[in-house]
Design a protein around this ligand. Structure first.
Ligand SMILES: *[C@@H]1O[C@H](CO)[C@@H](O)[C@H](O)[C@H]1NC(C)=O
Ligand SMILES: *[C@@H]1O[C@H](CO)[C@@H](O)[C@H](O)[C@H]1NC(C)=O
Ligand SMILES: *[C@@H]1O[C@H](CO)[C@@H](O)[C@H](O)[C@H]1NC(C)=O
Ligand SMILES: *[C@@H]1O[C@H](CO)[C@@H](O)[C@H](O)[C@H]1NC(C)=O
Length: 433
């Protein structure tokens, strides 16, 4: 399915299209056009970086190839700041804190990854999704493959559409800091907390498959931990995402992301640049998740917990209640390696058709604005960890949405022992023209 998508991509410049056709016509791509040669050598160099030598390799039913790569050969160690990095194989004793909160409801199911049905990786290796030539050709530029565009505030939309729980009549209460900036080409619907020093954040997110209208758009359900002002923030993110330009299809995949400069020069998704260090052989970043939630009584969810290891200042990502996938090394950040100053849970749609008519029809969450279990995309068991290492529901939270007519954000806290946050929507609709 993913293979043909890029031929329809409208973003390809004429040159890239030519090149793509060229690849199909002559599979080794040897040719005397100097332009192509240049590109071919940069493409194969990039592929070499992204696909380190594997000790074992197998095809997964979802079309991906999984490479089992020796721990020390993973892309992270190409990072100049990680030249002398000593890999941390597991969290320091006590750093996880008391986290296990098992839920026994039969209505809650755990999502798994498709590739695991086709094989496994030996200990001492990590499963890395193989990047194909076609993946790189789909990217507008090789340098920006797997990365976000730099964060730009959209002043024309700034604060116009704020719909928060805290309103004063019809006027949203403007907050003094910068978290409520409106990011160009992005629409966000989140639960936010700030005002403390955070050393961890956790939640259960159910996984859906909302539609993504165009190949250059994406939609997420995720957790963010951030530090710094909008024009130069540091961020660690994890969740599920449908992103045709990075992954070549429209299936929800587990992703991680980081940046140390609001996505200007640093950071990327998964292991698509050097940064995140993976330690687990059990989970593949960027891999398809299945089954996903459908309207009905059973909901498929992931549990993610990002937490700081106080001995090393690395930030671990835990999946479920026991798999530590890996960590963001302290060396990547300057302020975020000490603490996060705000945490968000929710969704984001990226499209150049945000805040314009016609609006993108890319959905967020379940693609519905329903606020009930079984129909909406939820975030449950929302927890933060402060410096006391205690996981707890945040003292203060607020909901925020860029375009409340398109994507809602609703915190269901009345009469609830443990509040549940619902977010999402269909995008374009009669109320979101
Ligand atoms: C292909 O090569 C040209 C000429 O060197 C360069 O400008 C262009 O950015 C390259 N394309 C990619 C995808 O790197
Ligand atoms: C790595 O270690 C060498 C030798 O001790 C040192 O010169 C170099 O600056 C270190 N590099 C980093 C990125 O810390
Ligand atoms: C709410 O709005 C009224 C009238 O505009 C204003 O006097 C009052 O100070 C506002 N309250 C807050 C908390 O912003
Ligand atoms: C938004 O997307 C459009 C189309 O891709 C692009 O031309 C524009 O530069 C983007 N705006 C910002 C601020 O990134």
């Amino acid at each position: 399915m993913g293979k043909v998508v890029y031929f329809h991509g409208f973003v390809l410049e004429a040159l890239m299209l030519l090149l793509a056709v060229h690849f199909v016509l002559s599979s080794d791509g040897l040719d005397n056009m100097s332009m192509s040669k240049h590109n071919l050598s940069t493409i194969s160099k990039k592929l070499k970086l992204l696909n380190p030598p594997a000790v074992k390799s197998f095809k997964s039913a979802d079309g991906d190839t999984i490479n089992c790569v020796e721990l020390y050969k993973q892309p992270a160690f190409n990072h100049p700041a990680l030249r002398n990095h000593t890999i941390q194989m597991k969290p320091s004793p006590g750093s996880t804190g008391p986290t296990i909160q098992k839920q026994n409801s039969p209505r809650l199911k755990v999502v798994s990854q498709v590739w695991k049905r086709s094989g496994s990786c030996p200990k001492g290796t990590v499963p890395i999704r193989k990047i194909k030539k076609a993946d790189l050709l789909r990217a507008g530029s090789l340098d920006r493959f797997g990365r976000k565009n730099p964060t730009v505030a959209d002043e024309s939309r700034r604060n116009k559409n704020i719909y928060a729980d805290q309103t004063n009549g019809s006027n949203p209460i403007r907050r003094v800091n910068d978290i409520y900036f409106t990011q160009a080409n992005h629409s966000t619907a989140v639960l936010v907390t700030e005002g403390f020093s955070y050393s961890g954040a956790k939640a259960d997110i159910n996984v859906w498959m909302p539609s993504v209208e165009w190949d250059d758009e994406y939609t997420t359900g995720q957790i963010w931990l951030r530090n710094g002002p909008w024009y130069n923030f540091e961020s660690m993110e994890a969740g599920w995402m449908i992103n045709p330009s990075v992954y070549g299809d429209r299936q929800p995949r587990l992703f991680v992301y980081w940046t140390a400069d609001s996505s200007k020069e640093t950071g990327c998704f998964d292991l698509l640049c050097s940064g995140f260090v993976q330690t687990s052989e059990k989970i593949a970043l960027g891999s398809v998740m299945d089954p996903v939630s459908w309207p009905g009584p059973y909901q498929y969810q992931i549990t993610l917990y990002i937490y700081k290891d106080f001995d090393t200042n690395n930030w671990w990502l835990q999946y479920g209640n026991d798999v530590n996938i890996g960590y963001w090394p302290a060396e990547l950040f300057s302020s975020l390696c000490h603490q996060a100053t705000f945490v968000e849970w929710g969704g984001q749609v990226y499209s150049s058709r945000i805040g314009k008519a016609p609006h993108t029809a890319t959905g967020m969450g379940s693609g519905q604005t329903l606020r009930t279990f079984g129909y909406g995309c939820y975030i449950r068991q929302i927890r933060i960890r402060d410096n006391n290492l205690i996981l707890k529901y945040p003292v203060w939270v607020d909901t925020y949405t860029d375009e409340y007519n398109c994507y809602h954000a609703f915190n269901n806290w009345e009469y609830m022992i443990d509040p549940e946050f619902y977010f999402g929507g269909p995008g374009r609709s009669p109320v979101c023209p």
